[in-house]
Design a protein around this ligand. Structure first.
Ligand SMILES: [Zn+2]
Length: 258
């Protein structure tokens, strides 16, 4: 059987084949120990698919701003020790694979994800945009406003420092101060217009915990679209909030069948 894992900055969800989805806190997980325990408990795991909230390249975790694991060759380790194949993908790309399966006719599908971090992915002509180092779409790390602390990526002015669940501390968007809300919306609008002008998407999906808890962000972006540059040229935009919670896991399942 296959083990599917969605390893996010806050939640760690997993399921075996089409079975129940388990949910634990990412802070409580030590990934290698977790995988070895599951392999020993479930004798017939053949492949492990992981959707990961960080940068991955050739099966290796390169960097993970929100998770404490870096530069470990998981794929090689589990192949050498257990003869099990690990398929490791960036989480937003997994979600984009799922969303594209729902919008197969999209020429350019753009996905913005606001959860613990702020990410994006693009499916252009049916293919995920990867770039040279598999980090295309790291919208959360575009320079925006300078802070007096560092982002996990090495800069201190990333959009993610203004637009992500992290800026609300333990609260939500609605509990935040007016200043925090304003900066969040300024950053979100900046990201949105950047995406419109760079990619001219026909399908635009919003996802992640912050969006789910604040569905009014959809109306905010619809309004921004109406005020976008070249509005007279732009046709209608199919913009919506992702309709499922586990798009990452569903994307992995699609990958496993392809
Ligand atoms: Zn950054």
């Amino acid at each position: 059987m296959n083990l599917y894992i969605d390893y996010g900055g806050t939640n760690f969800r997993y399921s075996f084949d089409e079975g129940k989805l388990f949910n634990i806190k990412s802070d409580d997980v030590e990934l290698i120990a977790f995988l070895e325990t599951q392999i020993n408990l479930q004798k017939d795991i053949r492949k492990i698919f992981i959707s990961f909230a960080g940068q991955v390249k050739n099966g290796k975790i390169v960097s993970a701003p929100n998770i404490k694991i870096q530069n470990f060759d998981l794929k090689q380790y589990f192949y050498d020790n257990y003869n099990i194949e690990i398929i490791l993908k960036n989480d937003i790309n997994c979600a984009a694979i799922y969303e594209h399966s729902r919008h197969k006719d999209a020429d350019v599908l753009a996905l913005l994800y606001i959860g613990t971090g702020f990410g994006s992915a693009f499916v252009i002509g049916g293919e995920i945009l990867s770039g040279k180092d598999n980090i295309a779409g790291e919208i959360g790390h575009i320079p925006f406003r300078k802070k007096n602390f560092m982002c996990g990526c090495g800069r201190s002015d990333c959009l993610e420092l203004s637009v992500s669940g992290k800026v609300f501390k333990d609260g939500t968007f609605n509990d935040a101060s007016e200043d925090v809300k304003k900066e969040f919306l300024d950053g979100l609008a900046f990201a949105f217009h950047t995406v419109l002008n760079l990619f001219d998407p026909d399908v635009f999906i919003l996802g992640g915990g912050v969006v789910k808890n604040n569905p009014s962000l959809l109306n905010f972006l619809k309004e921004e679209y109406n005020n976008s540059s070249f509005r007279a040229i732009r046709g209608d935009l199919k913009i919506s909030i992702s309709d499922i919670e586990d798009a990452n896991i569903e994307g992995l399942k699609i990958l496993s069948k392809g």
